[in-house]
Design a binder for this molecule. Structure first.
Ligand code: GAF
Length: 368
């Protein structure tokens, strides 16, 4: 990401003056998928790729002039317009500004230009990177984009720390940094280029299924407090199996297992047992594919290639429905795995997967 590049565009597109520059990263997630909105644990880290935005007050009461450098698209809108802008990228800016006003921050007109290098639609949270350059990303997703996401992406983007993953308890919001420099292994993402877009996708349906199961369990146990699947046990899930139906049962079954797997990964990391971390990653992939049903043919194929190459661990990363796999691979197997993945994927789908080596970077910050 290049500050000078963003500054040159900002100065050119507006009134020649410079503003303040902020950076916010995308994220990876080692394990703990679809657990955040179920009150469970996640294990993300910020990456060295993200969004840089330059911003300056423009002296108006509520006019925002926004320039998306990569798209070469300029949109001006008023914060007082109840509908807001139509361009989806501009709706993030609109949503964030309105959410800030809603909590009492006086937001006036401003100019903004931004650029990013997080691959779009790869499941690395380019939208959270954009939102965290400002604040309040999760509410923006809910109210202005239509994705009832959990807190993981924005949290990782804001609190990321170079060289560390973090275990976040999404119920209490307590988190702990875990230095992550696996001796003899590396993390690599393979982007299927199947564009994952959560808005309008069955992402919200998955969340509804989980909430439905919680409601049924709560009805059986009026003495207890059941806010999310985090509060539910395996036995309680079995009790409501027939009444919630097989589909919702499978979704909840995955989530309960995933909660345990994150804890299993923590134990394995503490013991330096990366082979165990990898086993749990494969189990997560199975669950996301067969129970939560957020995989696709291309991602299952990439997972199979990882297995064939004896890669330690591999799974879909992020919300699913496209995007990439995250792979924990021994250094000595890395070249062979990547070459095989490129060759076989290209033979089947006519293009190679994009290879993204993971470097764990810092969270949101002001650059100048
Ligand atoms: C997306 C969402 F934005 C996150 O909140 C999380 O639910 C993730 O999918 C799945 O773990 O990235």
């Amino acid at each position: 990401m290049d500050i000078e590049f963003v500054r040159s565009r900002f100065v050119k597109h507006f009134d020649g003056k410079s503003g303040n520059v902020y950076a916010s990263p995308g994220r990876i997630n080692l394990i703990g998928e679809h657990t955040d909105y179920n009150g469970g644990y996640v294990f993300p880290g910020a990456v060295d790729k993200g969004v840089i935005a330059e911003i300056r007050a423009n002296g108006t009461s509520d006019t925002v002039m926004a320039y998306a450098i990569d798209l070469k698209d300029r949109v001006d809108f008023k914060l007082s317009d109840p509908d807001g802008p139509r361009a989806s990228w501009a709706r993030y800016i609109y949503g964030i500004a309105l959410e800030m006003q809603a909590v009492g921050v006086p937001v006036k007109g401003f100019n903004i230009a931004f650029a990013g290098d997080v691959p779009l639609g790869a499941g690395m949270s380019s939208s959270a990177a954009m939102e965290s350059c400002f604040a309040f990303g999760q509410a923006t997703e809910h109210k202005y984009i239509g994705v009832n996401c959990g807190i993981m992406d924005q949290f990782a983007s804001v609190f990321g720390k170079a060289g560390c993953l973090m275990r976040l308890d999404c119920r209490s919001r307590e988190f702990q940094y875990f230095p992550f420099k696996p001796d003899g292994y590396r993390l690599v993402l393979l982007d299927s280029a199947v564009k994952h877009q959560l808005s309008g996708s069955p992402y919200n349906d998955r969340r509804n299924s989980c909430e439905n199961v919680v409601r049924h369990i709560a009805a059986h146990h009026p003495e207890g407090t059941f806010e999310t699947l985090r509060d539910c046990t395996w036995e309680q899930l079995e009790e409501v199996r027939a009444e919630v139906g097989e589909e919702d049962y499978k979704r909840a079954h995955f989530v309960l297992g995933e909660k345990d797997r994150v804890l299993g990964v923590c134990e394995a990391l503490n013991a330096g047992d990366y082979e165990r971390v990898g086993e749990l990653m494969y189990q997560t992939h199975e669950g996301l594919s067969k129970e939560y049903e957020v995989s696709c043919e291309e991602l299952d194929f990439l997972n199979q290639i990882a297995r064939d190459n004896e890669v330690t661990g591999s799974r879909i990363m992020g919300g699913g429905f496209g995007g990439c796999t995250i792979n924990l691979v021994r250094n000595d197997l890395y070249q062979r795995f990547i070459a095989d993945a490129k060759k076989r994927f290209c033979e089947r789908y006519g293009h190679e997967p994009k290879v993204i080596d993971v470097v764990i970077g810092d969270g949101s910050r002001r650059l100048c």
